[in-house]
Design a protein around this ligand. Structure first.
Ligand code: ZN
Ligand code: ZN
Ligand code: ZN
Length: 238
């Protein structure tokens, strides 16, 4: 956290250096990213992502959206609009927060974005089928996503029973786990661990971690078998 004097923020352990939460999902032919964080540009540079076929949004909070402008590099090299998949609420925010992208008179070099409306129904990008899962972030509906046997749920603290069913049978789940103390709109580490267990998913990773959670090494060491803290650059093969 900017300007924070705590020991976690001063840690020299690479795994305590956390950019904002996002994932890259890749098949043999298709690459998509879930959310464009304020760190999107650096994340794509760091992971050397040369092609991008689409962006899928969970919800319109700034820490998941702010980096969208930088898809213009992919427009330049791929010579096509970037397909963006978002629900109505997120699309409204995109249009409001990036008005120049959708202006009648466009200045050169701005991102070229094609908005695709998604609902809580499966859709396909290239050869990747995406199953949305509706979760609650306090009172905001957020989309989690299941890709094959991999489920990603960020920014939530509640999930309805019927949506839980969509996660069952996943081999891996990623859940947000902000800190130990109760939070108004995010799962705590304990709540996330309990949910992973309840869903019967044997491998769980926790993300969207605050400096308040503690040192990666220490917290990770105390997690039960099959549960781990995610960290920047983590790759999961499935
Ligand atoms: Zn701190
Ligand atoms: Zn959020
Ligand atoms: Zn967030």
């Amino acid at each position: 956290m900017i300007a924070c004097p705590c020991a976690i923020c001063a840690s020299l352990d690479k795994k305590d250096k956390r950019l904002r939460s996002s994932i890259l999902v890749q098949s043999s032919t298709t690459t998509i990213v879930v959310d464009t964080t304020p760190d999107f540009r650096y994340q794509m540079l760091r992971a050397n992502v040369r092609t991008l076929d689409g962006v899928v949004f969970t919800h319109p909070h700034k820490d998941h959206l702010a980096g969208l402008d930088d898809v213009r590099a992919y427009n330049y090299f791929q010579q096509r609009p970037m397909d963006v998949y978002a629900n109505e609420m997120t699309q409204e925010t995109i249009v409001r927060e990036f008005p120049y992208v959708f202006a009648e008179m466009k200045y050169p070099g701005i991102p070229d974005i094609r908005l695709n409306r998604i609902e809580n129904e499966p859709f396909t990008i290239g050869d990747i089928t995406v199953q949305p899962i509706l979760v609650w972030h306090l009172n905001m509906p957020v989309l989690g996503f299941r890709f094959g046997n991999f489920t990603y749920i960020t920014d939530a603290n509640r999930i309805d029973e019927k949506e839980k069913g969509k996660t069952r049978g996943s081999e891996v789940i990623v859940l947000n786990a902000l800190r130990h103390e109760k939070h108004i709109s995010h799962y705590t580490l304990q709540e996330a661990a309990d949910l992973a267990r309840e869903l019967g998913i044997s491998r769980a990773y926790f993300t969207h971690i605050s400096h308040q959670l503690g040192f990666h090494a220490e917290v990770n060491h105390n997690l039960p078998e099959g549960m781990e803290l995610a960290y920047d650059g983590l790759t999961v093969a499935i």
